[in-house]
Ligand binder design. Structure first.
Ligand SMILES: [Zn+2]
Length: 143
């Protein structure tokens, strides 16, 4: 049961894209090149994340891809310790919110650093990862 909950909490921050599937490859292609892009409304300039095909501000469906990363700053984080009853593959992990230069805040796991070394204000960058199921996702790592 506890293991199920741990899995559930991980899944709950799985990326959801409100954008035609055929267009999300732009995002992942960019990430593979160490760029972090999202959609920007061509009409009003609104930047949205996750990428969206329709502007939440002016409803325009004309958008372009804008580079917002990969450099970010750690705004806040939570260290999640997995209960001993859970399986070893669910290691403790850090969930972080990173802010990109344009002010966009993104939630992702923070890897490559022990939690006691994580510090608000530290420089991060985004890196691509691939899940066991073969799906791409991204994490923050120390810059
Ligand atoms: Zn707009």
């Amino acid at each position: 049961m506890e293991q199920d909950q741990a899995l559930h909490s991980r899944r709950s921050i799985t990326l959801k894209f409100d954008i035609p599937i055929s267009k999300t490859h732009e995002f992942w292609d960019a990430l593979r090149q160490s760029r972090f892009v999202t959609t920007k409304c061509k009409k009003c300039g609104q930047v949205t994340f996750p990428p969206q095909a329709d502007c939440p501000r002016c409803m325009s469906n004309e958008f372009e891809w804008a580079d917002v990363g990969p450099d970010a700053t750690l705004v806040t984080y939570t260290y999640v310790q997995v209960t001993p009853a859970s399986f070893a593959e669910n290691d403790p992990y850090i969930i972080a919110i990173g802010e990109f230069a344009g002010g966009l805040k993104v939630l992702a796991w923070l890897e490559g650093i022990p939690h006691e070394k994580a510090k608000v204000g530290m420089k991060l960058k985004v890196e691509e990862r691939t899940s066991k199921e073969g799906n791409p996702f991204y994490v923050f790592v120390p810059a």
